[in-house]
Design a protein around this ligand. Structure first.
Ligand code: COS
Length: 384
């Protein structure tokens, strides 16, 4: 759903300009320094990018899901680390509060998340609980008007920069399954929280993850999301339904950039007396990428529109995330192939994208988890 086409087009134009004039020229610097320049982060705040998904009543832009994915198609035609700066705040870090938080929790946190004054991370994964998220072991045990949290969260995106965590922890240790899990908003400065070393990753330099260790951290009971125990796993799953459409849109944006770069190279690079783009075998690489990209874009838009229509999109979100992330990997591989030997060299940039996009098939649910969700939903539908 596009609410006001004129205003939205103006926003898209400013994002396109920002990507072209500020982000693309900074790609190499970010890859070398492993840091997003603070001036760029500040510009993102000023453009309202941290508040894309937060309702206008709380100071955000309140984009519909269709608007959000179309904006991501543009914002992600550059190194995906730039999107990661806002990713957890507009997505998995804030959506639990928005979807299931109490009125007081929304009023307290959403306005500062929208301006980017606060940034948020989503703390679900643990050393022994990744795909099997419901088996998490971090505990939050009630003591008077507080919960006392103990445990370790792993691979937490943006944790080194976040001011709050949306934390999933077990409030009922006698229930080892999903029903024993609750969600909390935790101030990152709380005594007892420490961070592990920043992880060294295959790609996405500039986007940081690390362990978050909770050692007898006291969290006020009023920070229990929605004020109800046992709802945290469902909150996390709802957040991930939306997050998977978001990631699928990111894949479309980055894939478009890689195809654009491969095309430019194919037109410029000459062999056997002509541009390599004139050769049908090179055209086949480009054509397969274009067709897959078009399919991914259509899936993402359809899933987004269904969500805007209030439908349950668990199945469609997983389809879109699985297809778009796998297609993005294939587009990356073909782009390197079009570049030939140059594709293997850092100075041409395409090998960096090849490494960066590998993550999309892993986070917010691996491809195998998406298959499991889709398969289960189909069998459930068939049973009626
Ligand atoms: N929306 C709302 N509720 C949901 C839901 C969804 N999308 N998915 C599951 N639930 C509910 C179920 O309805 C069930 O509730 P009841 O007990 O009241 O029936 C509860 O949550 C447990 O669901 P289920 O039994 O399906 O849980 P499983 O332990 O079998 O796990 C998967 C389901 C595998 C889908 C889940 O663990 C998952 O998504 N894993 C991947 C985690 C992930 O993406 N990690 C990435 C880290 S975040 S970057």
């Amino acid at each position: 759903m596009i609410r006001d086409p004129e205003t939205f087009e103006a926003l898209l134009d400013s994002v396109r300009r920002f990507v072209r004039e500020r982000l693309v020229p900074a790609e190499n610097e970010v890859a070398e320094t492993d840091e997003i320049p603070p001036a760029i982060v500040q510009e993102m705040r000023e453009m309202g990018l941290f508040g894309l998904t937060i309702p206008e009543a709380y100071g955000g832009l309140e984009l519909t899901m269709e608007e959000e994915v179309r904006l991501l198609f543009e914002l992600c035609k550059t190194s995906p680390a730039f999107r990661s700066v806002i990713g957890t705040t507009v997505g998995i870090g804030s959506q639990g509060i928005l979807m299931d938080g109490t009125e007081e929790q929304k009023a307290q946190y959403l306005p500062r998340l929208a301006t980017g004054e606060l940034s948020a991370s989503f703390a679900l994964t643990e050393p022994d609980a990744g795909s099997d998220a419901a088996s998490l072991r971090t505990t939050a045990l009630r003591e008077g008007d507080h919960y006392v949290v103990n445990g370790t969260k792993r691979y937490i995106t943006n944790a080194p920069h976040s001011k709050i965590f949306t934390l999933m922890a077990r409030t009922d240790p006698s229930n080892k399954g999903a029903g024993g899990v609750s969600a909390f908003i935790v101030d990152a400065n709380s005594p007892g929280i420490s961070l592990g070393k920043i992880d060294k990753k295959m790609g996405q330099k500039g986007a940081h993850t690390c362990d978050v260790i909770f050692d007898n951290v006291r969290v006020p009971a009023e920070n229990l999301i929605g004020g109800k125990e046992g709802q945290g796993f469902k909150t996390a799953m709802k957040v991930l339904d939306k997050g998977r459409i978001h990631v699928a849109a990111v894949c479309v944006g980055v894939a478009q950039r890689m195809l654009d770069d491969a095309l430019r190279y194919a037109v410029e690079r000459k062999q056997f007396g002509q541009a390599i783009g004139e050769f049908q075998l090179v055209q086949a690489l480009l054509a397969d990428s274009k067709a897959e990209l078009y399919a991914a874009e259509c899936m993402v838009l359809d899933a987004a529109r269904r969500r805007d229509d209030g439908l349950n999109v668990t199945l469609e979100a997983s389809c879109a995330k699985m297809f778009a992330s796998e297609a993005c990997g294939r587009v990356a591989d073909r782009a390197v192939q079009v570049f030939g030997g140059a594709g293997y060299l850092a100075e041409y940039g395409i090998e960096r994208f090849y490494r960066d996009v590998r993550l999309f098939r892993l986070y917010e649910g691996t491809t195998q988890i998406q298959q499991l969700i889709i398969g289960r939903a189909l069998v459930k539908q068939a049973r009626g």
